[in-house]
Design a protein around this ligand. Structure first.
Ligand SMILES: [Zn+2]
Length: 102
């Protein structure tokens, strides 16, 4: 049993979903974008179509690399988000990715 405190992965944490709360991107699309973005399979063209500028796209890729590099901090930990919407929450995607990256 893991007794360490849960890790907050919601807004304002390193592990937040950067697509959540963006104008014109609803919660469902934000979750879909996140699912492609996290493993590095989201083409920059999709982001440009969604209104992201070049600097933002570069920033997103830097963030993604930091997140992937931190997977060992998340593995076997309890992750909490507090967005209040289990259907669109990115937490399960993040949890699966960090568990799979051994
Ligand atoms: Zn959430």
């Amino acid at each position: 049993m893991n007794a360490s405190p849960p890790i907050f992965v919601g807004r304002s944490s390193l592990w937040n979903n950067p697509f959540e709360g963006r104008p014109k991107i609803g919660a469902e699309r934000a979750r879909i974008l996140y699912g492609y973005w996290l493993p590095g399979t989201l083409h920059p063209y999709v982001l440009r179509c969604a209104g992201f500028g070049h600097d933002e796209i570069d920033g997103l890729e830097r963030m993604r690399k930091r997140v992937v590099a931190s997977f060992d901090q998340l593995r076997d930990q309890r992750l909490i988000c507090r967005c209040g919407n289990p259907r669109t929450c990115h937490r399960p995607i993040l949890a699966r990715a960090s568990e799979a990256a051994q």
